[in-house]
Design a binder for this molecule. Structure first.
Ligand code: GRF
Length: 221
């Protein structure tokens, strides 16, 4: 049995994806130790969740730093000090500096609410609706210097309903995000999903297409 994976989570908002990770841990579906929850916003709900779960927290104010690189170097320095083996971006609403995150290549995941490579960046639900897409979804990917651009590991797909608005689509997608993210993190914690030779490997072979979330869990494409 591998030892519990030491995880740090970065979040700017309410923290429902962090809550899903903690629930998975409590149900023994994810063998992890949460060593830090960090945020760029003192009012982030994620920080309150972490406090309630007795997880150390950190808030860094971007305005206190001369530029993005200075902020990110400080933040990722603190993350290294925390002993984290994996960083999970769960609604962390900042673009990251390539130099600061380079040491974390293959050790940092992000959840993004679109079927990447579609709709990198913001307003993904609106953009999917405006494009007339028939389906939408969420992706978990390894983070690289390119915004929402690293290798996609797994996706959850959701049919778009006729006439639904942005808010409803986001609301319907969220429960899928809450299954997708812990499932991918659990594979990393089991050391089944690893970064090797510049890309993701699953169970000893390069991961071809992203896995897909079904009612049974993650399935290979
Ligand atoms: C999620 O939709 C996530 O995909 C996106 O930001 C949102 C964060 O929600 N990147 P929460 O803070 O986890 O509730």
């Amino acid at each position: 049995m591998p030892s519990p994976l030491r995880i740090a989570v970065l979040a700017s908002g309410r923290g429902s994806n962090l809550a899903a990770l903690l629930t998975a841990r409590d149900r023994d579906e994810l063998k992890a130790e949460f060593v830090l929850v960090a945020s760029d916003r003192p009012d982030a709900g994620a920080l309150r969740l972490a406090e309630a779960a007795a997880i150390p927290t950190l808030v860094l104010d971007p305005k206190a730093y001369p530029d993005r690189r200075a902020f990110d170097l400080e933040l990722f320095g603190k993350l290294a000090d925390s002993g984290a083996e994996l960083i999970v971006l769960a609604g962390f609403m900042r673009i990251l500096d390539g130099e600061a995150i380079a040491p974390w290549t293959g050790r940092m995941l992000n959840i993004h609410p679109s079927l990447l490579p579609k709709y990198r960046g913001l307003h993904t639900h609106r953009r999917a609706l405006e494009a007339g897409d028939l389906e939408h979804g969420a992706s978990v990917h390894f983070v690289t210097a390119e915004l929402d651009g690293g290798p996609v590991l797994a996706q959850a797909v959701l049919p778009i309903e006729p006439g639904e608005d942005e808010q409803r689509l986001a609301q319907r997608l969220l429960p899928l995000e809450h299954r997708l993210l812990p499932a991918v993190v659990a594979l990393v914690a089991q050391r089944r999903l690893v970064w090797r030779d510049g890309g993701p490997w699953l169970d000893g072979a390069p991961l071809g297409a992203p896995m897909r979330l079904s009612t049974q869990g993650l399935e290979s494409a």
